[in-house]
Design a protein around this ligand. Structure first.
Ligand code: G3P
Ligand code: MG
Length: 239
């Protein structure tokens, strides 16, 4: 599986409001080849880009994403909390984000981020929308159930299992969820686990690596990609 070495976290990393089209445009301007973002279902089943199950941290709304229709969500401001310069930036639909990625030539890691209890529906719907997109992408999730549902809906899409620390039974868990790659927390990564995954030939990406020296060290040790809030620490030709 081909990974961009450097993947901008939540679209544009820390430099733009997370999970927004403004973030994707910024990532492209920086020369990123790959981005990661989070997709969740709102009340009418439309997948939108947002990280938290609740709206308060990143948007002008209140309450849960699962209780909000896509029309209501489209009215919210998902830019101002990052910086007033981004006021009016919406929380985009997954379709809009995938269209823009294709237009900008960005490889996308779509993280399936289910609200509690919505694992199967989110895996299924996100995979259906991703399968209809024209750009290059990879699905990932912490939820094995969501990955299983995505595999049933769109078996042709590549999938990665997300974990914090790499568990002892990582291989069984990957098999069970049909994942071809592992995405693990850099903070919890041990040399032994890294060696095991690498020696078994599975691609490994690490999140969230915000220092260039840490990222380069992981890449030199055989990590295929790092997911970062600071894509600005590299030039376009280095990414
Ligand atoms: O996909 C890697 C990373 O985004 C997972 O953590 O909480 O930022 O979605 P989180
Ligand atoms: Mg994520």
């Amino acid at each position: 599986m081909i990974y961009p070495r450097i993947i901008a976290h939540r679209c544009g990393g820390a430099l733009a409001p997370e999970n927004t089209l403004a973030g994707l445009r910024l990532a492209a301007r920086l020369g990123c080849r790959g981005v990661e973002f989070d997709a969740m279902l709102c009340a009418d089943g439309v997948p939108v880009l947002i990280h938290d199950e609740t709206l308060e941290r990143t948007t002008s709304g209140r309450g849960t994403v699962a209780a909000m229709s896509s029309a209501q969500l489209a009215q919210l401001d998902a830019g101002r909390r990052h910086h007033p310069a981004f006021a009016g930036e919406p929380a985009p639909t997954l379709d809009a984000a995938l269209r823009l990625c294709a237009e900008l030539g960005l490889w996308a890691n779509v993280e399936i981020k289910p609200s509690a209890g919505q694992e199967l529906a989110t895996g299924d719907v996100v995979a259906r929308h991703a399968a209809a997109a024209s750009g290059k992408l990879l699905l990932s999730s912490f939820s094995a159930q969501a990955l299983g549902a995505a595999a049933a809906e769109a078996p042709q899409l590549r999938r990665a299992l997300l974990v914090e620390a790499i568990p002892a039974d990582w291989r069984e868990r990957m098999l069970a969820s049909g994942a071809l790659a592992l995405h693990a927390s850099a903070r919890a990564l041990t040399a032994a686990a890294l060696r095991e995954v690498r020696d078994a030939g599975f691609p490994l990406a690490c999140y969230t690596v915000n220092r260039r020296d840490d990222a380069e060290r992981l890449l030199a040790l055989g990590v295929n990609a790092v997911i970062t809030d600071r894509p600005d620490l590299w030039t376009a030709s280095e990414m």
